[in-house]
Design a protein around this ligand. Sequence first.
Ligand code: NAD
Length: 415
Amino acid sequence: MPTQQQRTAYDEAMVYMRTAAQRLAMPPEYQQLIANTYRELRVQIAIRRDDGSLFETFGYRVQHNGARGPYKGGIRYHPAVNIDEIRALASLMTWKNALVDIPFGGAKGGITVDTHQLSKRELQSLTRAFMRKIDMALGPHRDIPAPDMYTNAEVMGWMMDEYGRRHGHTPAVVTGKPLDLGGSLGRTEATGRGVSFVTQWASADYGVKLRGGTVVIQGFGNVGSYAAEFLQQGGALIIAVSDERGGVYNAEGLDIPKLRQHHQAHGTVVGFAGGTPVEGEKLLLIPCDILMPAALGDVITEANVKKLDTHMVIEAANHPVTPAAAAILWQRDIRVIPDILANAGGVIVSYFEWTQNLQQFYWKEHDVNNRLGEKLETAYRAIHEIAAREECSLREAAYMIALQRVYDAVRLRGI
Ligand code: NAD
């Protein structure tokens, strides 16, 4: 077993799977089979920049486990993207999709790029070039990408179009598309909405104050901004929010609709008049009832976990808490709502979008939102019950459910 220092992101992601496998007494040969990824693509991407110069980078698509259905997971554009991180995130998608019981395996993709350095034309060109390099591994019954950090509905529209040029019009090949291209009502807000649902159930069950309680959110993108909006509508005080450039704080609660307007106008929460500045790194240490990392992974670590002053951590981002920090939170009796449940709303509504595309029959928004709530609540109640029975963390309970489902599918398919 590698030491903490040597562990890769993928090793870290596997820690929980291994613990669950032991609890389930899973045969070691199956543990290895399920831990390993199925397919990994690393592709060179080169485009001409607006000034005529050459821009070269690499893109990735990792398919982790497809026993339960076509591979499914987001595409991330970020300078820190590498194969190891994508591999780890692909495995998280396997467990997430199994936990909320949607018929998909797990995948993830990304490009190593700082989108702030590219023009819109360059971004589109990069996206299309990436799609041409990976499209042989995609398809509505093979692998279906979706948005993640620094990608959005517009990028998904370009991906769908590029795939369609080579394979014929195929809306179900990507989800999180614009509505006019076959996107689903409710998809943009889905992850944040799901985060807010789970926060409501868990805070009620574990005696954490939500109405009138204080919430601190790291990240004001798709997930963080909608989670903030829905939680504020439910009566919570969102006292601090940050993005990559810095944060804002207001002990009385930030006005989230006004903060969104400011963000739309300036591309950052920094400079918002309805609060005082707070350094991004200090944000996580602000005393609050609920702490919500909704940006990058590995932000709550052994280095800062003992300084957190909160009653509950909601993992709106993927893998924001390292396993070592999670163990300390458990000892400190601070509940952690795991990523594979907390942010599963996005992939659940992606599943609904895919279903609507395949049927060419579109649902009303309240049907989407109600079915999202039903799926998430079923998963939450199951986890809650197992955690209470086994006296284990909610994450361990979630992994036990997910892994059992993947194991059953692998075994039933035969070798
Ligand atoms: P996004 O690109 O819309 O927003 C990312 C946000 O994080 C931005 O506000 C950005 O400024 C901020 N950020 C970046 N670096 C930061 C830093 N160092 N400190 C503070 N803030 C920083 O991305 P998103 O879609 O909201 O994704 C956020 C997280 O949620 C990711 O971990 C992603 O994997 C996860 N997630 C997203 C979805 C989805 O449907 N979009 C679904 C499940 C999980």
